[in-house]
Design a protein around this ligand. Sequence first.
Ligand SMILES: Cc1cc2nc3c(=O)[nH]c(=O)nc-3n(C[C@H](O)[C@H](O)[C@H](O)COP(=O)(O)OP(=O)(O)OC[C@H]3O[C@@H](n4cnc5c(N)ncnc54)[C@H](O)[C@@H]3O)c2cc1C
Length: 386
Amino acid sequence: MDVGIPGEFAPEYPELSGSEAFGGYRSVDGVMGDGHLHRALLRALADRGIPIRYDSRAVDLVTDQHAAAVVGVRTEDGAVLLARGGVILATGGLEADAELVREHLGLEDASIWGSPACTGDGLRMAQRIGADLWHTDNMMAVTGITPPGARHGLFAMMLRRRGYIWADTNGERFVNETAPAGHGQALIDGQYRLKPDRPTWVVFDEATRRAGPISPDASVYPVGWSVVMDGYAWSADNLAEITAGRVLRAHTIDELADAMGVPAPALGESVAAYNADCAAGLDDRFGRAAATLDPLAEGPFHAFLSKPVLAWTSGGPRHDEYARVLRTSQEPLAGLYAAGGVSSTYSWANDGGFHIADAIVFGRIAGEHAAVRARQQSAATGAGVH
Ligand SMILES: Cc1cc2nc3c(=O)[nH]c(=O)nc-3n(C[C@H](O)[C@H](O)[C@H](O)COP(=O)(O)OP(=O)(O)OC[C@H]3O[C@@H](n4cnc5c(N)ncnc54)[C@H](O)[C@@H]3O)c2cc1C
């Protein structure tokens, strides 16, 4: 993913039918991170007199006496909130729960880019009462770096100069580092592949270090928990992070390899081969574009270990076109709905903006369906709907 002007994204899967419907990736007035959407949603609640209960974590779904329908939720403090039309799960993904991440994504020690509240509660609650699940192995991750001891990753990228390579934990280059990864996947050797898909050493030279910050601050890209909520601002010359030990620094590639704990001959060979590609203007092993081939020429040299930083997950309780959660028999679980990150309809191929769209579209569909259900139930019992 490259940071461009908001609104300038092209469809990421142009070969798929329907891709022409992608209208771009818009921010209100072209400004990212201004909270316009959040304010609009708060206004909609205020206009309807709907209260928000903060610090009120739902832990269980309450069913009727025959376990035939969901009639409410139980919160952590033991309160039971009853629903007239149904419960709509909108608890976000599972990316902030280490156990679910290990189980469904097969990742250890993943850090997260977004909210620590996305702990898969909706999935667990729905699964306990018999919901079917879908595409729970889906994720979107970015190349990033996590400050020591912190749970939140930063989106890291080279903004201004391309004098860097990616090396695996054996010190070997393995991919076209600049292949556009869109929302988590890149077209590599004719196939879509997860990118990033493994712990990766990002190795760069002094000219690249000087050229600008390797991770954007809020003035450039106001996105992600570390930047927006914790206010982390990466230093303009990367020196603060080098001093803090987040980025390793050494006079020679051999010394750098030692600090990284990778075989020095392999890293030396990777850098030498890449520099030869730069001189020839052709990366015939991985196909990196000639315009991006800046050599690692000037010491000291630098490296940081980037593990995939999880942005979001898409899988969760399976639902139908009315957002009704389905049992494993594919019958609707009466009174239970799901919308947004808890169970996105999008799977691997997603464009920018799809996920918020899923939350809004299926949230609305679920609300309408639940409202009809509430009316029907009131009519059946003779009670009014409020
Ligand atoms: C860095 C980053 C950038 C992104 N950029 C984009 C983008 O540009 N476009 C786009 O479409 N999508 C983007 N996404 C994805 C998008 O943010 C999510 O898909 C979207 O927020 C999902 O909305 P949601 O309401 O389903 O869940 P969330 O926004 O995750 O909200 C879930 C809410 O549920 C609450 N909650 C969780 N568990 C419980 C519980 N047990 N009881 C009560 N409440 C609970 C949480 O506190 C939270 O408030 C981005 C995500 C990240 C992390």
